[in-house]
Unconditional design. Sequence first.
Length: 553
Amino acid sequence: MIKSEAIKKYFNNVYNIKNSPETTLQLISAEFTQISKELKLGYLKISTSLLSETSKLTDSILFSSEEGYNDSVEPLKKQFLGTNSNYTKFIAYPEKNVTWSEEESSDLIFILQTVFVLIERSHFFSSMVSFQETDVATGAKNLEGLQAIGAMLFEQDELKNYSVLFMNIKNFRFLNHLYGEKNGNYILKLFTMMSKDFISQKGYFGRLGGDNFVALIKSEIVNDYLQFLSSISIPVDSNGTMHNVSIKTRIGISSIPQGLPFLAALTNASSALKVSKESLQNEIVWFEKEIGDKLFQSKKITTSFPKALSNEEILVLYQPKYDLISNTIIGAEALSRWQSDTLLMPQEYISHLESEGLIHNLDLFVLERICIDIKSWEQKGIPTVPVSFNISEMDLYYDYFEIDIIKILKKHNVNPNFIEIEIPETHDPKIQTRKKNFIKTVTDFGIKIALDNFGTNTTSLSTLSAYPFTTLKITNEDVNNLLTKKKTNKIFTKALLAITKELNIQVIAQGIESKEHLDKIKTLGCKFGQGFYLNEPLYKIEFENLLATRKTI
């Protein structure tokens, strides 16, 4: 009789729960080859639904002796019913010229029961892993699933033959709104099914949430897959009417050099996708070294930013605003500079802070410095002027931004009439209500609001009456346009000045770079301006001296 210790020895390497049912069965088959003589086993077949995705029985021969088996006797038959109606049955014959005793049959049944438990356990674990690694909504792999596949290919030294495509569906939010959420989900599912079917045996397809997808495919089919993506059309039933919805994607692609892990390649593809989103022309972007260098510089900036704040490497300068008729200072705009190894200008770090969700920390820091400086001037008896500071559109995604602004003014006991917020145009419909609430809260507190860079994008004149703006800043481009001979530019500017006058909105021309600029602005009736021709941004002490002496332009 075979003892349990012996069985454990024979099946020791089968106990690994991480093995798939197929692998478990292969290992078990190898073990039966080792113990067949002891069991007097000639033939063993298993039929089980545990190896089938359709719940149909799948037959596998676990052992068959080369010398043949005794088919003249009644075979040993045993069947087991497991969880979720999983069904397994065994058929066994003794070796040639052998008849099993009752005790020998009992030993074999005990082993078959152990085999069934091992297979069912591996099937359960495999199902759990599949669930954990699968996006439930579409059936695609999730990030965990893609990571597991990438790790497997890396270990097999096969990952170098693949490329990663990080993509999202263009205007999916609009499609979801136009055809409804149910059809939106249908589009995602069908897009997944079509991609998986096209990739077939040459890759893997995953979804990272929303309309973001990843394809890990053999490099040899990348161009074919891109061609396929360019022609996808999905039929959608909307209120009884069928629509063929053309699916367009933005894609970042990274090849995978030997030795590069999957997650690193995915990061590269994600960086390329970001470049694609920022481009108006390139919907498909391959990752290149320059993109990686920019990514490295962005990470360098964002990781060193908190330390820069605490070490006071962020400087606040003041660019005076002037009454162009009396040539006197009427205010200033606070501008940041980053004094690191070199002096960094805003265009070198603002976008990186915005992308990492750190921009509100910078804007609140600038406001705090303004408040400290205003109190310093008051204590020195220097007549101060209103100071404006810029906020980013991304600040409006920070729910308590206006509360933090008010807290800073209260903390330093600064009169809100001395603070003006230069707010940018916003185009994301998700934050329009948020923008209204923000403006109402700060204006109710007494802070002034300026619309920055009017006309840069698609601002409507109705915007001026929709919000309580006190100031309108026209761009450097508008100032340059006034120097052209186009009559329409002059007409528009005069009309704008007339409208803002009726609305009691102050118009400031920024970017005045020459005497010609200044004269043209004054001729058209714009009374206020700022720019390098009038005065460059000044360090605190320089601006303080300017305030104290009240020097004119």
